[in-house]
Design a protein around this ligand. Sequence first.
Ligand code: DX5
Length: 229
Amino acid sequence: MALPIQIVPSVLPCDFARLGAEIEALDAAGVDAFQWDVMDGQFVPNLTFGPDVIAAARRHTAKPFEAHLMVLTPDVMAARYVEAGCSRLIVHAEACPHLHRTLGNIASLGATPAVALNPHTPVSAVDHVLDLVDLVLVMTVNPGFGGQSYIASMEHKVSELRDLIGRRGLSTQVNIEVDGGIGPTTIAGAAAAGANVLIAGTALFRDPEGLEHAVSDLRARAETARLAD
Ligand code: DX5
């Protein structure tokens, strides 16, 4: 049984002056969880959410929070984001010289460990930690900002990762997530390649028919693409 398609908003494009209301609207629109793009201005050239912002948003939905830690020091920050209400922490392989230990530390905090790969980073970087994670994030843009163009060549990487996960017998345990430029014209390729967790930011807010339509349309496109594969 394949892992279910999940449509997960990036909080990055939200109106930060109305964050609680935006979270409630996305929840009502049918998203499956929320992704907080945490950026430290070092690992990526942007600075975003501290743990207190996430903690303040926590009461506005019962759906899971995941923190995408685009930071140089995930070991230092992890506990604060778990305390803020994130049940999954995604660290970048490129920021973790001791990735195996970092993922184990996240699990010891009571959160679910996950790992992200920048576009240039090969799938082999996660070969020896797949047993420690429930998700691998294949970035389909270079991290740092929303609204960028989808890097379609990452679909080969998603398929390579799907094959590796399958060879390890982990197809029902390890999700494949994509993040960046996911919208009506790109989601089918990502889903057909093997992604089941699809992060959308800009595309959700650009749909002229509103958030609920955006979520259901993206979900339908992903489901159809996967069936056709
Ligand atoms: C990049 C960010 C974006 C954001 C979603 O570091 O992680 O990928 O979540 O971006 P868009 O607006 O392209 O969906």
